[in-house]
Design a protein around this ligand. Structure first.
Ligand code: HEM
Length: 652
C-alpha cells in the first residue's frame, strides 16, 4: 500500500507542482526539505512501529526511492511524449530529457561549437532542453530581442542570486531603473573624459610591445590584451590602476576571474545545478573567491574619493540614497562583478581576434594604416575622429565581432505567458529561447560567404550582407550592452595606435596559432595563446627621417645657429653674419638665418611621406609624462632587450 502511495505522490508532485513555474532558485531548499522529511520519518516510524532505526531507515529509503523513481519517470516520459508543448521541435532526445546532457556535452568548454553542430543537423530551430529552443531563424531576431519584444530575460539570469546586478535583473521596470544609473557613467561626456586615461594604458602596452620588438621576442597577445583591458576597466570603472601591464604575470587576478567564470561554461547550462553548487561550501570556493574579490574592489572604491569621474561614481551615489542598506550592498557587489567581467573580458577577446586577423591579413593592416594617415591629416588620433572617419578600421572591427562575438553561445530570453508567433511558427509561453550568436552570425541566410573574413561587406560590398538585423554582437533592445560605445572606443584606440607603429605577424606559422580552435567558451571567451611578433615601423622610419633631416639641415643650421653666437660674444668674424653688423641689423640677420633654418626643416618635413610623418608624430606623442622620460625609457627598453637576449628569458 505504502509503495503505491509513494508512486502516486511522485506522479502528483510532478503534475501539480514541478511542472509549473520556476524552481531553479529553490534547488537547495528542496534538497533540505526532502532530507529533513525523510529523517523525521525515520525517527517517527521507529517509535510508532517500535522498530530499530536501521529497520525504519530501510523502510523510509525504499519509499523515498520509489517516490524519486516515480517523480523522475513521470518527468522524463512527459518531456519526450507527444503531449509535451515543444514535441514538434527537433533535437537530440537526451537534450530534450534533461539539460544535464547539455552540461555534459559542454564539459570541454565548447558550448558554442555544440550549438553550431546541432543547428547544422536539425535546422534553424532546435530543442536544446526540456523547455528550451535554440533559434537562428533571421526572422526571429527582432521578435525576440527588439525593444518592442514581449520576451524577458530567462531564468539563467537569476544565477547571481542573492546578489543583484543590472545584468541579472529580469524585471523590466527594475532593469530600466538600474540602467538609468549606469548610463550616467557611460554617457558621451563621460567617454570623452575617459579617453586620455585609456590612452595612457595603451601607451603602456605599446611600451611593452616595443621592448619585445626590440629584443626580437614574440609576445602572447591574448595575455597582454587581457592585462590591458583589465587595467582600463580598473581605470574607468574604479579609478584605480590594477597595474597588470606593469606587473604582468605576477598578479593572480586573472586566474581569480578565470576560475570564477569557468563554471558558467558548463554548469551555466543548468541554472538549478549552478545555484546548488554555488551554495555548497566545498564546491563554491572558487566562485566565492571571485565574488569576494569583486566586492573588495567595490568597498575600496567606496572608501576613496576618486580624483576623476568613473563608472562606479553614479552607482555609489545611488547607494547612498537607497532605503535598504543590505539590498544596496547586494546591488553594488553584483554590479562591480559585472563591470569587472563585462568591462574586461569581452574587449580583451575582441582585440585578440582582431590582432589575429591583422597578422593573417597584412593587407588590411596596411589599408587601415593608409586610411588613418590620410584622414587624420596630421592631427592626433582621437576617438571622435576614429569613430567618424576611420571607415576601414571600423569595418574591420565589425567583421571581427561578426565572426567572433565575445558571447559566442549568445543569450537567453523567455517567451511571454501568451507565447510568441514568429512567422508561421508558434512558441508557447515561458519557453527559454537561446540565440547562439556565433552560429547566427555564420548563417548563409544572413551573410554571403559567411565563414570568410571580409570587412568590405560593411563598406564597399553591401551585397554580402543579407540580413543586417541579425548582426547583434552587443545584442539589441532593452537588455543590450550598455558599454558598447566604451568597448568600441577602446578597440579603435588600441588598434589604430598599434597598427600605426608596428607591423604585426604570427610568431610561428599561421597553422601553429590555435587561437580560433582552442579558445574556451566560458560564456565569454577563455582565450588560447596568440603568439605574435611585432616589428616597430616608427623606430626605423623615425631614425631614417631624423638622420636625413640632420644631414640635410647641417649646412644651414651651423651658420644659422652658431654664427649669431660667435658675433654676440665677439669671438671673431662670423660665417655669414657680416662682422660690422650690429644692433638692429644684427638681430634682423639672425632672424633671417633662423627663418631660413625653419624653412629648410619645413621643406624636409613636407618631403617625408605621410606614414613617416605619422611615425615621427606618434613617437613624440606617447603622452606628456612619457615624452619627458622618453630618453630614459628608451635606454631602459634597450637594456631590458639586452638582458632578455643574453639570458634567453621568456617573460610569459
Ligand atoms: C566588444 C565588447 C563587448 C561586447 C561584444 C559586449 C556584449 C554584450 C552583450 C551581448 C550584452 C547583453 C547580454 C545579455 O543580454 O545577456 C552585454 C551586456 C552588458 N555589457 Fe557588454 N559587451 C562588451 C563590452 C562591454 C564593456 C566594455 C562594458 C563596460 C561597462 C560592458 C558592460 C555591459 C553591461 C553592464 C551589460 C548588462 C546590460 C544590461 O543588463 O542592461 N560591456 N554586453
Amino acid at each position: 500500500m505504502l509503495p503505491l502511495f509513494a508512486l502516486g505522490l511522485g506522479l502528483t508532485s510532478h503534475i501539480a507542482f514541478f511542472n509549473n513555474g520556476e524552481h531553479h532558485l529553490s534547488a537547495l531548499f528542496y534538497l533540505k526539505i526532502f532530507t529533513s522529511i525523510n529523517l523525521a520519518l525515520v525517527v517517527c516510524l521507529s517509535y510508532a512501529l517500535n522498530v530499530s532505526f536501521l529497520t525504519s531507515s530501510k523502510l523510509v529509503l525504499i519509499h523515498a526511492l520509489t517516490y524519486l523513481f516515480s517523480l523522475f519517470a513521470s518527468i522524463i516520459l512527459y518531456r519526450v511524449s507527444p503531449t509535451h508543448r515543444l514535441y514538434q521541435y527537433p533535437g537530440p532526445r537526451l537534450w530534450k530529457i534533461s539539460k544535464l546532457t547539455h552540461a555534459f556535452q559542454n564539459r570541454e568548454f565548447n558550448g558554442y561549437k555544440n550549438l553550431a553542430t546541432l543547428h547544422a543537423q536539425y535546422g534553424d530551430c532546435v530543442r536544446t532542453g526540456p523547455s528550451e529552443l535554440s533559434i537562428i531563424d533571421p526572422d526571429s531576431i527582432l521578435e525576440i530581442h527588439a525593444s518592442s519584444s514581449k520576451c524577458t530575460r530567462a531564468a539563467w539570469y537569476s544565477m547571481a542570486h542573492p546578489l543583484k546586478a543590472i545584468f541579472h535583473t529580469r524585471d523590466r521596470s527594475e532593469h530600466e531603473m538600474r540602467k538609468r544609473i549606469w548610463e550616467q557613467g557611460l554617457s558621451q561626456k563621460s567617454l570623452r573624459a575617459y579617453e586620455s586615461r585609456i590612452v595612457k594604458h595603451i601607451d603602456g602596452l605599446i611600451l611593452k610591445i616595443s621592448t619585445r620588438s626590440a629584443a626580437g621576442e614574440p609576445m602572447n597577445a591574448s595575455l597582454w590584451l587581457n592585462y590591458l583591458s583589465f587595467d582600463i576597466m580598473g581605470e574607468v570603472g574604479f579609478s584605480r590602476g590594477f597595474e597588470m601591464l606593469e606587473k604582468g604575470g605576477k598578479l593572480d587576478v586573472l586566474s581569480i576571474l578565470e576560475n570564477g567564470q569557468k563554471g558558467l561554461g558548463v554548469l551555466g547550462t543548468v541554472p538549478w545545478l549552478f545555484m546548488l553548487v554555488t551554495k555548497i561550501p566545498m564546491l563554491k570556493r572558487e566562485h566565492d573567491v571571485f565574488v569576494r574579490w569583486c566586492e573588495k574592489q567595490m568597498l575600496d572604491r567606496k572608501k576613496r574619493k576618486a580624483s576623476a569621474p568613473d563608472i562606479m561614481e553614479a552607482l555609489l551615489e545611488a547607494d547612498t540614497v537607497s532605503p535598504d542598506p543590505i539590498e544596496a550592498h547586494q546591488w553594488l557587489t553584483g554590479d562591480s562583478r559585472i563591470l569587472i567581467v563585462a568591462g574586461s573580458d569581452a574587449v580583451a577577446s575582441s582585440l585578440a581576434f582582431a590582432f589575429y586577423y591583422l597578422a593573417k591579413h597584412q593587407d588590411y593592416a596596411n589599408a587601415i594604416r593608409d586610411e588613418l594617415v590620410a584622414r587624420a591629416k596630421g592631427t592626433d588620433l582621437d576617438a571622435a575622429m576614429l569613430q567618424k572617419d576611420a571607415t576601414v578600421l571600423n569595418s574591420f572591427i565589425t567583421e571581427v565581432l561578426r565572426l567572433w562575438p565575445p558571447n559566442p553561445s549568445g543569450f537567453l530570453r523567455q517567451t511571454p505567458k501568451a507565447g510568441l508567433h514568429i512567422g508561421d511558427r508558434y512558441i508557447p509561453g515561458d519557453v527559454t529561447i537561446c540565440t547562439p550568436l556565433w552560429t547566427l552570425h555564420r548563417s548563409p541566410k544572413c551573410f554571403v560567404e559567411p565563414l570568410q573574413f571580409i570587412p568590405e561587406r560593411w563598406t564597399t560590398r553591401p551585397e554580402l550582407v543579407l540580413r543586417k538585423d541579425t548582426y547583434i554582437p552587443f545584442s539589441i533592445g532593452a537588455y543590450s550592452c550598455i558599454g558598447k560605445q566604451l568597448a568600441l572606443m577602446e578597440m579603435r584606440l588600441v588598434l589604430a595606435r598599434v597598427i600605426l607603429q608596428f607591423e604585426i605577424g604570427f610568431a610561428g606559422t599561421e597553422g601553429e596559432c590555435r587561437l580560433l580552435e582552442d579558445s574556451k567558451d566560458w560564456f565569454t571567451f577563455g582565450l588560447a595563446d596568440l603568439m605574435l611578433r611585432f616589428e616597430r615601423r616608427g623606430e626605423e622610419r623615425r631614425g631614417e627621417a631624423q638622420s636625413t633631416s640632420m644631414y640635410l639641415s647641417l649646412p644651414i643650421l651651423i651658420p644659422a645657429l652658431i654664427d649669431p653666437l660667435i658675433r654676440f660674444f665677439s669671438l671673431g668674424p662670423g660665417l655669414c653674419v657680416p662682422e660690422n653688423s650690429t644692433g638692429i641689423r644684427y638681430l634682423i640677420l639672425c632672424a633671417f638665418d633662423l627663418g631660413l633654418a625653419y624653412m629648410w626643416l619645413k621643406m624636409l618635413w613636407m618631403g617625408l611621406d605621410a606614414t613617416q610623418k605619422w611615425a615621427i608624430r606618434s613617437g613624440l606623442d606617447l603622452g606628456e609624462e612619457k615624452a619627458k622620460k622618453d630618453g630614459r625609457e628608451r635606454r631602459r627598453v634597450r637594456e631590458e632587450a639586452q638582458r632578455m637576449r643574453s639570458s634567453g628569458k621568456q617573460l610569459e
